[in-house]
Design a binder for this molecule. Sequence first.
Ligand code: COA
Length: 142
Amino acid sequence: MMISFQPIIRACRETDIKLLEKYFSGDEENHRARLDRQKKGLSIYLIALIDSRPVGHLDIRWQGCKNEKVKNFVGECPELSAIAVRPNFRSKGIGTNLVKSAEKIVANERFEQVGIGVGIENERAKKLYERLGTRYLYRRLD
Ligand SMILES: CC(C)(COP(=O)(O)OP(=O)(O)OC[C@H]1O[C@@H](n2cnc3c(N)ncnc32)[C@H](O)[C@@H]1OP(=O)(O)O)[C@@H](O)C(=O)NCCC(=O)NCCS
């Protein structure tokens, strides 16, 4: 049986940081850094909430990939990064929902493409992006 979860997806706020640090341990220092970049207009840190608790996040970086070789190859476009869903909430459509929400925001800003970096061995994430129509443009080895 398919049970769909309809999280609220919105930009991160100052008051979300404590809960993000609690529920996404191992990534504690990054939530604050992403919110700081959002405040500077460099990104939008989207979070997915169920029952007012964060279950997923995704960072839209307007300046694109930090790697110059990738940037030169794919051209100017924002990058979706830091995509994660808490283990207990996976396979419920939340990752898909986060990526689609981000794509809408990017399209509203008149960008025609968006980049996503994915590890070669990350089968789960690759499957998700392929299902959403991602094309592979650049293979980076570092
Ligand atoms: C990759 C990741 C973000 C995917 O998030 P997710 O919420 O599980 O993604 P979705 O639920 O949208 O899609 C995953 C699968 O669930 C299935 N699914 C979606 N909605 C569903 C539902 N309502 N019921 C059952 N299955 C469902 C999808 O068909 C998909 O199946 P597939 O793997 O066969 O394609 C998550 O696995 C994760 O956080 N991984 C660790 C961090 C990571 O690797 N991030 C990516 C870095 S590039």
